[in-house]
Design a protein around this ligand. Structure first.
Ligand code: NAD
Ligand code: AHE
Ligand code: ZN
Length: 376
């Protein structure tokens, strides 16, 4: 079949909206009509050329929602008409990682996914002249139709709006999951969140859900403050507007009469900046502070700190997709949204057509959007 897609032809160039060829689903695969997709900073990271795994030409996008159109041979858990959210972290429930019970990082198809291919080593997308187009994170949601492995689709309830629940395909789950699954934040905790964008705001709403007392948001853009307060931020720090270091500022904000050491129980990096990651670790409490890296850093970037920071009890952790097991957890998060336990709507600041997709990237660069969603 033919479908319309925004294609990343070269690193650093705007996406080009065009008609492409899409082959039908092979064994174990599913053809999905994408109804809506968010634009995450990771799409921009890869589009820009900063991703060491970046391949071109590719159809980016990994934060979608849609409807099953056709199933390939052997598919048993989905049928045409089912509503689904694509999963860049699949859940096969049979690989060593899935069965370990210790991680959400299913390894069944990770190798081919990183090569921009389906599990059989080929692509379903091609240009009209026959040139193969790479898949992206196994999802390629910047296309009106896409093909995914069955294990990379979460079936969700049919009354949930696509233009909101697409965000559960990455940002919502990553932010809330980082708090609940990775950090396992306790009631009464103190926390600092670096970067109040599409991920950081969901960390904040996760912290509120977990019952954190003090939620310190850090961003260099003051325009992010109001929305962060809406989601539960109690204190705001703009590192450009303080006299000392951001670490000192946060330590001072958390000192009490009883505890003159200071430092947050938990911190989260949602910027992808390695200097910020260092600050996020070093502002945690001596003895027990945990810092969770969510942000994705450019090729070649490395984190550093004095080992003394770890010797004195601080812990560095990372999280992908918020530690969520997609097929199990994503339908539950959709229920939380539908039941009003979590909020999504205010974070969807812009709704665009596919033809306007590059405006979504411009808004992100200008710091004007939280999530821009493309509706098909
Ligand atoms: P975003 O562009 O919406 O938000 C980033 C925010 O960080 C912005 O508000 C920006 O002003 C702020 N910021 C930038 N530099 C800063 C600095 N030096 N100090 C403080 N704040 C700063 O991006 P997003 O979609 O929220 O994504 C955030 C990061 O998370 C990206 O690196 C993205 O690739 C990554 N990510 C990781 C996962 C995962 O599973 N680990 C999932 C989704 C996104
Ligand atoms: N390709 C990059 C790494 C990108 C990365 O870390 N991706 C996250 C999801 S970001 C979603 O917005 C992830 O899931 N990582 C685990 C994995 O297996 O990719 C690089 O640096 O090579
Ligand atoms: Zn993402």
């Amino acid at each position: 079949m033919k479908t319309r897609a925004a294609v990343a032809l070269e690193a650093g160039k705007p996406l080009e909206v065009m008609e492409v060829n899409l082959d039908g689903p092979k064994t174990g695969e599913v053809l999905v009509e994408i109804k809506a997709t968010g634009i995450c900073h990771t799409d921009e990271f890869t589009r820009s050329g900063a991703d060491p795994e970046g391949l071109f030409p590719a159809i980016l996008g990994h934060e979608g929602a849609g409807v099953v159109v056709e199933i390939g041979e052997g598919v048993t858990t989905l049928k045409p008409g089912d509503h689904v959210i694509p999963l860049y972290t699949p859940e096969c429930r049979e690989c060593a990682s899935c069965l370990s019970g210790k991680t959400n990082l299913c390894t069944k198809i990770r190798a081919t996914q990183g090569q921009g291919k389906m599990p059989d080593g080929t692509t379903r997308f091609s240009m009209l002249d026959g040139t193969p187009i790479h898949h992206y994170m196994g999802c390629s949601t910047f296309a009106n139709h896409t093909v995914l492995p069955e294990i990379a689709l979460a079936k969700v309830r049919e009354d949930a709006p696509f233009d909101k629940i697409c965000y559960i395909g990455c940002g919502v789950t990553t932010g809330i999951g980082a708090v609940i699954n990775t950090a396992k934040v306790e009631i009464g905790s103190t926390a600092a969140v670096f970067g109040l964008g599409g991920i950081g705001l969901n960390v904040i709403q996760g912290l509120r859900l977990a019952g954190a007392d003090k939620i310190i948001g850090v961003d260099i853009n003051n325009e992010k403050k109001a929305m962060a307060e809406h989601f539960g931020m109690t204190h705001f720090v703009n590192p450009k507007e303080i006299s000392g270091s951001v670490v000192e500022e946060i330590v001072n904000l958390t000192k009490t009469d009883f505890d003159q050491i200071g430092g947050v129980d938990y911190s989260f990096d949602a910027t992808g900046n390695v200097q910020v990651m260092r600050d996020a670790l070093e502002c945690t409490h001596r003895g027990w502070g945990q810092s969770i890296i969510i942000g994705v850093a450019p090729a070649g970037a490395e984190i550093s700190t004095r080992p003394f920071q770890l010797v004195t009890g601080r812990v560095w952790k990372g999280t992908a997709f918020g530690g969520a097991k997609g097929r199990t957890d994503v339908p539950k998060i959709v229920d939380w949204y539908m039941d009003g336990k979590i909020e999504i709507d205010p974070m969807i600041t812009h709704v665009l057509t596919l033809d306007q997709i590059n405006e979504g990237f411009d808004l992100m660069h200008a710091g004007k959007s939280i999530r821009a969603v493309v509706q098909f």
